[in-house]
Design a protein around this ligand. Structure first.
Ligand SMILES: [Zn+2]
Length: 779
């Protein structure tokens, strides 16, 4: 390929601009067609049934009405054995409305005419994609043509070596037998768009997805001529020689990579919409992990701003975050996508997670629980099998019953607004530029600790993006910043405005101590609110000590001990006093286990120090296990009430991270106490009764919807779950909005209809038993 041709194919700023105007035209056209669901008065217009809506179905684009998905991920061997008739029957049995069918990219499943577009080894002239697409359309299903476009076979590499990613030694990046393609090359600018166009022209699938559209991840730097030129053109710099987060050029390289993935997103959408009309969306696929998105240069906020639908590739739980992770993920994405759009999630019917067995059935309970928590977070089901023929046939029975339930109750499960007075703040830039290579420790663990404490306390919450605080924060009583180290000047200003308007704040760890590029500041940007300031600039984050458990403790409000029991030391008088509300339940202890480190800070005169640090002392041998320094004035928790009444809790101690790692109830209870105090108990839900449950509360016109997921099971402590264990009774109180009477309850899982007692604006009722979940509609 010549240089001039390359320049022509490159997505320059100019062509991007024209793309933008075209895109906005297409968006307007799509929006006009979908006005009943996309208008600002979304919920009102969808009052009767979101699927039926108030307009004829055909006016609502398919990506806003198709909710039950299925995918048979085709292997190269499948074309000779694929039994389309059997699968059509399976679509019918599972009430599936849309299918994701492998089309092209790494492997083509149709007789492509594009040179070097590799056909499946066993295709043998069959048009498998074409046959499946036709069958699906005959059955009234929509089709997502599924691409996989980040690598290619040797034949293409030999023909176009300049399309491939190159390492610092000039060698191509490889994955097994395949070669990794470069996102800045004609492979993405020309080859993939030509395939998209060919497929659309031949078969008219409704849309396109792509398994690995964003190409080479963050861990590998490409030094091909296309990349060198593009980076030089955009920044005037050379591509960095190695990873160095402290190097401004490396951070520019990160942002340049993000921008390029958005260009690919836009180019592919322009291509498919040009070929298939304004509703022929290209949706890629995205991860449910923000750290995963960051490692793949996928800017979730910007993607959601562009996307018609999010095809989520988040197939199973991990032992660290549990089933509740999927509800949390759904709420994170809806927060940036809008609650009027759909998020189907690829849900493995095979043993995915830990361990992985592609063609063995996942225990049904494990598969269903992941789906149930998805529904609780506004996610739609998408059954997923790898290969078209299985000797373990049990997996064919997994989806059917739960799809039937979903279909019967769908009107309550989409197009609704979440209720919750606690907003938990996040941003992907914090994951990138504060988390860097340690986002699991610095970002994900503090998030999980806060989320898990909220779930455990049955407190409904909503994730809120730090850039959306001015738009979204007014509905919250309290904002939580779980160690949001990196904050932009605008984000800091938004938090301050929220507090000035009377909002409350709970920040942990190093929140606001770094700028948006991850550079350490001289003081917390929110220090005036915290009532706390740095004494001296701390050293860099000590990740190795964060990964260890130090034998440290926190001392509780030492001036307010209420010793009533236990041997006396003879040196310390018992002090009787009332402890602060955030220490509720800790009357019989003066210390809490901690595990982390703390630096001294200085506090404003009005700020109250509630907990102080007890430095590390030996564990072994037991004879040495005594506190060398029982008291310090190093602050672990600071409370500050502002003149306008706003309550600010600042917890430098990383209790949130510790709770995520070790699940100590003291840590969870402390976080919950702080949230109750800081939010002034402005929490619209009270659920009492034994068990670990995830409560998610929503509103539609004239009704509220409460999901209670039972997270207790025979497999509570690790995957997979094989058997449910019912809990109950649970007593529930919901604070009623003005337009809801709250007298009648429809239980969508057990099928019961019961009534509630309404008193002082609260609806009260009892749920006798919950096996795996219950969805309560309150009218
Ligand atoms: Zn490159």
């Amino acid at each position: 390929m010549t240089k001039s041709k390359l320049k022509h194919l490159d997505i320059s700023d100019q062509s991007n601009n024209s793309g933008n105007s075209r895109r906005s035209f297409l968006k307007k056209a799509t929006a006009a067609a979908a006005v009943t669901l996309t208008g600002t008065n979304l919920i009102t217009s969808a009052a009767e049934s979101p699927v039926k809506g108030t307009a004829p179905q055909n006016e609502i684009p398919w990506y806003r009405r198709i909710t039950r998905w299925g995918q048979t991920n085709i292997t190269e061997k499948d074309p000779i054995i694929y039994d389309i008739g059997w699968w059509r029957n399976h679509w019918k049995n599972t009430q599936t409305q849309g299918v994701i069918v492998n089309a092209g990219g790494i492997v083509a499943y149709y007789p492509t005419k594009i040179p070097f577009h590799y056909k499946a080894q066993y295709l043998q002239g069959r048009d498998l994609f074409g046959d499946l697409c036709k069958a699906a359309h005959e059955d009234g299903l929509v089709v997502f043509a599924r691409m996989d476009s980040n690598r290619a076979h040797e034949e293409l590499y030999k023909a176009h070596p300049d399309w491939f990613a190159i390492d610092e030694n000039g060698n191509p990046y490889r994955a097994a037998d395949l070669y990794i393609t470069c996102v800045n090359s004609p492979y993405y600018n020309e080859f993939i768009p030509s395939i998209l166009t060919e497929i659309e022209n031949l078969y008219h699938p409704e849309g396109f997805t792509d398994n690995s559209w964003s190409g080479l991840g963050r861990e590998s730097i490409c030094y091909c001529e296309n990349c060198k030129k593009s980076f030089r053109d955009k920044t005037g710099k050379e591509i960095p020689k190695a990873k160095n987060w402290d190097d401004q050029v490396y951070r520019q390289w990160i942002r340049w990579n993000y921008d390029r993935r958005l260009e690919i997103w836009d180019l592919n959408n322009r291509t498919t919409k040009a070929a298939g009309g304004p509703n022929c969306t290209w949706a890629g696929m995205n991860s449910g992990s923000i750290s995963g998105q960051a490692r793949s240069f996928r800017d979730f906020k910007e993607i959601c701003r562009r996307a018609d639908i999010i095809m989520l590739d988040h197939q199973a739980r991990s032992d660290t975050s549990g089933f509740q992770n999927l509800a949390d993920t759904g709420k994170i994405i809806h927060g940036i996508l809008g609650w009027d759009k759909l998020i189907p999630d690829s849900m493995a019917m095979y043993q995915q997670g830990r361990p992985q067995f592609r063609v063995a059935s996942k225990p049904v309970a494990e598969a269903h629980m992941w789906m149930i928590e998805g529904f609780a977070g506004g996610i739609q089901p998408w059954w997923h099998h790898v290969a078209a023929y299985h000797e373990d046939r049990r997996m064919y029975h997994t989806a059917e019953p739960i799809y039937r339930w979903y279909k019967a109750n769908e009107e309550f499960l989409i197009n609704r607004n979440p209720i919750g007075t606690i907003g938990v703040v996040w941003s992907q830039e914090n994951t990138d530029f504060y988390g860097r290579d340690d986002s699991e420790v610095l970002v994900d663990q503090p998030w999980r600790g806060i989320i898990q404490a909220l779930i455990r306390a049955r407190i409904p919450y909503q994730p809120v993006h730090a850039d959306h605080l001015d738009r979204d924060a007014s509905k919250f009583s309290l904002l939580v910043l779980p160690n949001i180290g990196s904050m932009s000047v605008n984000q800091v200003a938004s938090v301050k405005r929220f507090v000035e308007r009377g909002g409350n704040l709970f920040a942990t760890g190093n929140s606001s101590l770094y700028n948006e590029s991850g550079e350490l500041l001289n003081d917390y940007a929110l220090g005036d609110l915290f009532g706390a300031h740095l004494v001296s600039k701390p050293r860099k984050e000590d990740i190795s000590s964060m990964n260890r458990t130090l034998h440290t403790y926190l001392r509780l409000n030492p001036e307010m001990r209420s010793r009533v029991y236990g041997p006396q030391t003879g040196t310390e008088p018992a002090v009787i006093g009332e402890r602060h509300a955030v220490l509720k339940g800790f009357d019989e202890t003066d210390i809490l286990p901690y595990g982390g480190l703390l630096n001294s800070i200085k506090t404003d005169s009005k700020a109250k120090v509630i907990m102080t640090f007890i430095p590390e002392f030996p564990i072994y041998p037991p004879e040495t296990a005594w506190m060398r320094e029982p008291k310090t004035d190093i602050q672990g928790l600071i409370l500050n009430t502002l003149p306008n009444g706003s309550r600010i809790a600042f917890m430098p101690a990383d209790i949130d991270r510790q709770f995520a790692r070790y699940n100590l109830p003291d840590h969870g209870n402390l976080i919950t106490n702080i949230i109750h105090w800081a939010s002034k108990d402005n929490i619209p839900l009270v659920v009492e009764g034994a068990g670990l449950v995830d409560c998610n509360l929503y509103q539609q016109p004239g009704r509220m919807i409460l999901h209670i997921t039972n997270l207790i099971s025979e497999g509570t402590w690790r995957q997979p779950v094989n058997e449910y264990i019912p809990i109950g009774p649970l007593s529930v109180k919901i604070k009623l909005p003005k337009d809801i009477k709250g007298e009648y309850l429809n239980l969508l899982v057990s099928g019961q209809k019961i009534s509630a007692i309404v008193k002082d604006g609260w609806s009260q009722f009892q749920i006798n038993s919950i096996l795996n979940h219950e969805v309560i509609v309150l009218t």
